[in-house]
Design a protein around this ligand. Sequence first.
Ligand code: CMP
Length: 139
Amino acid sequence: AITRTLSIIKPDATKRNLTGAINAKFEAAGLRIVAQKRIHLTKAQAGKFYEVHKARPFYDELCEFMASEPVVVQVLEGENAVAKNREVMGATNPAEAAEGTVRKEFALSIGENSVHGSDSDENAAIEIAFFFAGIEIVG
Ligand code: CMP
């Protein structure tokens, strides 16, 4: 089925001017960017987005990092968008990411790993609604 996922191009990538290179990989894989904006999160906003990770030891570092530079938040649409996007991103830890994936090519570390993508259709709906109003998503 054609579905949607929430993607974030993270500070390490926007800082190195990799937005277009990463978007090219999404598009080459058949994902369509149906909404996109560049924003600079506050630490509080990052904390709210990553609330499920609140108990993790890396939570504070993660929120600091996500608020350190602008990010590009986007809605990707395509056949099984969540799984397709995760395939294009590669493993969370770039050391384990497959050849040709975004994280293999661009990520610096497990924290500075260039992109975020929703992990299920259910979370995609929640994460899309966190950043976008329906009127901003143009399929
Ligand atoms: P993301 O898909 O954005 O969801 C949670 C993020 O936490 C994850 O990508 C990683 O970038 C980050 N993360 C996971 N493990 C660690 C870790 N050990 N240290 C720092 N950040 C981490």
